[in-house]
Design a protein. Structure first.
Length: 204
């Protein structure tokens, strides 16, 4: 599959890009090995949206969100999980698409190992077996499984380096449009998109 170029990210507004990314494959070529998964769920965050990190102003935390379309925005939530976003719209606007879930395609054993190590550190004695369905069915989970980090990937660009997105191998699926998850402000906006009947979606 071909890596998406800069023109792809520049071509669409944020809400459209959130839908166009469905079916594409997120890939990370790390020193440990390659991991990859089909993007099956996304959320859009746009200008004027109270749930958007850039809603008020540019800060040190959200600065990457104001970069060029196709840049990577990684942030920490709840003091322990990271999320990955694809920066969208024009540079300086502060819009992005959150990747919420993946269908694992390559490097499953490595994904399992990364998630198991994280679980063991979090809860001693916990059963570390993680099913394929549970590997990447949430934004924090997929970042762990894919080996994505704030230090290594925030403010990088998806057309360069070891983290990138490939063109979709198929577009024969139906997209469900619904409200976003885990937010209080802007919770009624229909900015979440997922592949219908896909078992790897975080919540239907």
């Amino acid at each position: 599959m071909q890596r998406l170029d800069a023109a792809f990210y520049q071509k669409y507004d944020t809400i459209t890009l959130a839908q166009r990314l469905l079916g594409c494959e997120l890939v990370h070529d790390s020193s440990e090995g390659q991991t990859a998964g089909i993007i099956v769920e996304t959320e859009a965050y746009i200008t004027g949206d109270p749930a958007c990190h850039a809603y008020r102003r540019k800060t040190a935390r959200n600065a990457a969100m104001f970069g060029a379309a196709g840049s990577v925005y990684v942030y920490l939530i709840y003091g322990m999980y990271h999320c990955i976003n694809v920066v969208s719209a024009e540079e300086g606007m502060g819009e992005a698409v959150l990747i919420r879930a993946l269908e694992p395609t390559r490097g499953v054993d490595l994904m399992q190992m990364r998630r198991a190590i994280k679980k063991t550190k979090t809860v001693e004695g916990m059963n570390t077996h993680i099913s394929l369905k549970q590997l990447c069915n949430g934004p924090g989970k997929l970042v762990q499984a894919m080996g994505i980090s704030l230090v290594a990937h925030n403010a990088t660009h998806l057309t360069e380096g070891s983290l990138y997105i490939n063109e979709p191998s198929s577009s024969h699926f139906e997209v469900v449009t619904t409200t976003r998850i885990g937010i209080t402000q802007g919770a009624d906006l229909p900015y979440r998109f997922y592949i219908k009947n896909n078992q790897f979606v975080s919540k239907k």
